[in-house]
Write a protein that binds this ligand. Structure first.
Ligand code: 13P
Ligand code: SF4
Length: 324
């Protein structure tokens, strides 16, 4: 263990409500090392809202939902960006920072949505629906983004769809996000059959049981949940929108129908709110740890590279989204 404990000891104050004291010593050495490595390497860490609290609150420089991470990636001045998130997030950061070193600590941090569709699938959709614009969720590979007209995230999907001025659009690859957006817009939506393996497991029965067991609980659901779950919830929005809801409304009791770490991360700032915590783990997000962030910075791995023939077209789809 490192003898340099003071910084990490100070950080524990932030997370003591969500990390038990017995677990904390196992994080201290890596936290101190990562903070020093960031200074040495002129590096910053972008962390998604689903990262564990010791990453999110103790070593990350920029946190947020996919949209916030993409927006803030454009403003980064550091030369090295470590993405504590999944591979498509690291690719998005690289697309927006082609001259910087972008690292992902574990190449296996994928996404069931990104795996559900290929560039060839998108080309076939374009052939099947000539002239219909293709909106692609950022949870996709750069190759898929390159075949698309514009990207969206859960935070801006409806705005992106409506910005195109088309009577109908193709929305790939999340079937449930597409159906949830379709319920809120007059634009016709043609969906794909991708699913988030985390959110597809929530059911309306889960919500009814929670309401019975925890009277008054406010239910917030991510729009990757099935439409009948979103309908039963009190509010639906991106991870940032859920966090903003708690900040704004301060519900006495709340449940977030989403990935497990989200409640921990939001709970840190809201001791007055009771978080009911049935949740589903994202095995991909959980591949990122303090230990592999440290190794990423020590050994410069794994560097994200995107085929230049793909990168330009993929960047255009992301930048078009960011301009909305
Ligand atoms: P957000 O953009 O809402 O953070 O969602 C990303 C994601 O992967 C949700 O499963
Ligand atoms: Fe992909 Fe779902 Fe994990 Fe988000 S939670 S990274 S959509 S598998």
């Amino acid at each position: 263990m490192s003898a340099v404990l003071p910084t990490a000891a100070f950080l524990y104050e932030r997370v003591r409500r969500v990390i038990p004291p017995i677990e904390w010593p196992s994080f201290v050495d890596d936290i101190d090392a990562i903070l020093a490595l960031k200074r040495e390497r002129n590096a910053i860490i972008l962390a998604h809202n689903y990262q564990t609290p010791e990453i999110y609150h103790c070593v990350a420089d920029i946190v947020g939902d996919s949209l916030a991470l993409a927006r803030k990636a454009v403003t980064v001045e550091a030369q090295v960006i470590v993405v504590a998130g999944v591979h498509f997030m690291a690719e998005t950061a690289k697309l927006l920072n082609p001259n910087k070193t972008v690292l992902i600590p574990d190449l296996g941090a994928g996404c069931s949505l990104a795996d559900s569709i290929t560039a060839q699938d998108v080309r076939l959709m374009r052939q099947s629906y000539p002239g219909v614009p293709i909106v692609t969720y950022v949870n996709t590979s750069a190759a898929v983004k390159a075949e698309s007209d514009i990207c969206c995230t859960s935070g801006n999907a409806k705005a992106v769809v409506e910005s195109l001025g088309a009577p109908r659009v193709i929305m790939l690859p999340d079937e449930y996000l597409a159906k949830n957006v379709a319920a809120e817009t007059k634009v016709g939506i043609i969906a794909w059959k991708g699913r988030c393996e985390v959110h597809e497991r929530f059911t309306p029965a889960d919500i009814r049981e929670l309401r019975a067991a925890y009277p008054g609980v406010i239910v917030l659901a991510h729009p990757e949940c099935p439409p009948d779950v979103v309908t039963e919830a009190d509010f639906s929005g991106s991870t940032a929108a859920m966090s903003d809801y708690v900040e704004r409304e301060k519900p006495p009791r709340v449940v977030l129908m989403t990935e497990c770490s989200m409640s921990d991360n939001v709970a840190v700032a809201h001791p007055e709110v009771e978080f009911v915590r049935p949740c589903n783990l994202c095995p991909h997000m959980k591949r990122i740890t303090l230990a592999n962030i440290r190794v990423a910075l020590e050994e410069n791995r794994h560097e994200v590279r995107i085929d230049p023939g793909i990168a330009g077209r993929a960047r255009r789809s992301v930048e078009r989204m960011l301009s909305i």
